[in-house]
Design a protein around this ligand. Structure first.
Ligand SMILES: NC(=O)c1ccc[n+]([C@@H]2O[C@H](COP(=O)([O-])OP(=O)(O)OC[C@H]3O[C@@H](n4cnc5c(N)ncnc54)[C@H](O)[C@@H]3O)[C@@H](O)[C@H]2O)c1
Length: 390
């Protein structure tokens, strides 16, 4: 019998919807309340999803709530996670865990001292596609992985996001906003990072908001590098080229991530999603691999622009709660998020200093998501149920 945890969400903005809707996929998650610095936003979400709307401190003081999901903006992540852990709540934070290493270390210590679970997004590496990749790597299908590449490149968000300002400030940019997806998947597959080197530049000092909304026509002053090229050197010996950009008009890198081993090369799908196909290339040619049979591998979510993708946001939280019930570590652990944060901050610092930055923290690869655990986490079994999620 799966233990269900009463969960409160702090931060009732854009991504709230995905967590609220997808929570019914996961047996351990029972969302009961929400809060926001903007009480009207909390009231709106509460009435939309049949939750109790509370103030932030009221939610934290509520003894019936076991766990908190922190969906505030990155600048508030460390403060809200600190407050939730101090109030005795297991906590799951959206990425990044914090914006400074000292804060990340403090949160890990606090969770440990208070005997609480701490985990963080992204949890996409637990999806069917990237777990299937993990299976192939662990089975030795690639041989020894020596090299790879990862690309996140687009032209930013002022053409579609009504409030793109935070994305161009220090503490954001493509490295800290999208980098967590790429680096977390890479660490989950290749293990810890030893050192990084990078170069960074900014194509545009100002950008105009063209998206519809109250900010249309406003100029955004860019205060963080928006294009970077990094070399990531893993303790395993693998060397990966990682590029991030909000500046390019287009590119021809078809595979968001590629890993090249002595026996085969593996092409991986977008690490922002949980589902997607793989492709192995070896002496026998190219072989596509369908990963829909893997747990959380079925596309279940219709994007606004029509694409059907795999979206199981909350899987990392469900896994953390199941771990608490069964006395084991979370896979999307705070420690993993801390290591990833150190790598991302090092990418930014290396470009500023023009030198390699050694990574001090280390981490074991999270355990693969086994079938038995995946079954325990899933409340809904029929794919048709997932497809109706949005
Ligand atoms: N939008 C996406 O597609 C997306 C996808 C994945 C992850 N995320 C991550 O999720 C988080 C939230 O993103 P979003 O797009 O929902 O942002 P958003 O700006 O739409 O919503 C954030 C909400 O948090 C509230 N908030 C901010 N500081 C607070 C505080 N100190 N106390 C209480 N409430 C506070 C704001 O009032 C707002 O309602 C971010 O970390 C983002 O990186 C977003």
């Amino acid at each position: 019998m799966t233990r269900r945890f009463k969960v409160g969400i702090i931060g009732c903005g854009h991504i709230f919807d995905a967590y609220a809707r997808l929570s019914r996929v996961f047996a351990p998650i029972d969302i009961v309340a929400c809060a926001d610095i903007d009480q009207l936003a909390a009231n709106r979400r509460a009435s939309q999803y049949g939750l109790t709307s509370l103030g932030v401190s009221e939610l934290l003081a509520e003894s019936g709530i076991d766990a908190v999901i922190n969906l505030t903006n990155p600048a508030s992540h460390a403060t809200i996670t600190d407050a939730a852990l101090s109030a005795g709540k297991h906590t799951y934070s959206e990425k990044p865990l914090a914006l400074a290493m000292a804060d990340a270390h403090h949160l890990i210590d606090l969770a440990m001292r208070n005997g609480l679970g701490l985990a963080a997004a992204p949890d996409t590496f637990l999806g069917g596609a990237h777990q299937a990749a993990r299976g192939l790597i662990d089975a030795g299908r690639l041989g020894t992985i020596k090299a790879g590449s990862a690309h996140f490149m687009n032209h930013g968000m002022e053409a579609w996001h009504p409030n793109p300002f935070p994305y161009y400030q220090a503490g954001a940019g493509p490295v800290l906003d999208m980098g967590p997806y790429y680096v977390t998947v890479l660490v989950s597959l290749l293990g810890p990072v030893k050192r990084v080197a990078s170069l960074a530049t900014t194509f545009f000092d100002e950008r105009e908001v063209t998206a519809e909304g109250p900010n249309q026509g406003t100029i955004v002053a860019v205060a963080t590098p928006t294009n970077s090229q990094s070399l990531i050197d893993f303790h395993s010996g693998a060397q990966v080229h990682f590029s991030t950009s909000y500046d390019v008009w287009g590119h021809g890198h078809v595979n968001p991530i590629e890993l090249h081993g002595t026996e085969a090369s593996l092409m991986l799908p977008d690490p922002n999603y949980f589902a997607g196909g793989l492709e192995i290339i070896d002496a026998n040619g190219r072989s596509p691999i369908d990963t829909q049979d893997a747990p959380f591998g079925i596309p279940n979510w219709r994007e606004p622009r029509g694409a059907l993708i795999g979206n199981y946001r909350g899987l990392g939280l469900a896994d953390m709660l199941d771990g608490i019930a069964n006395g084991r570590a979370a896979r999307a652990s705070g420690d993993l998020a801390l290591h990833v944060l150190e790598v991302l901050l090092a990418i930014i610092r290396s470009a500023e200093r023009g030198q390699f930055i050694e990574i001090e923290s280390t981490i074991e690869r999270p355990e693969p998501l086994d079938i038995e655990t995946a079954r325990r986490l899933k409340a809904v079994d029929a794919p048709a149920e997932f497809l109706s999620v949005q």
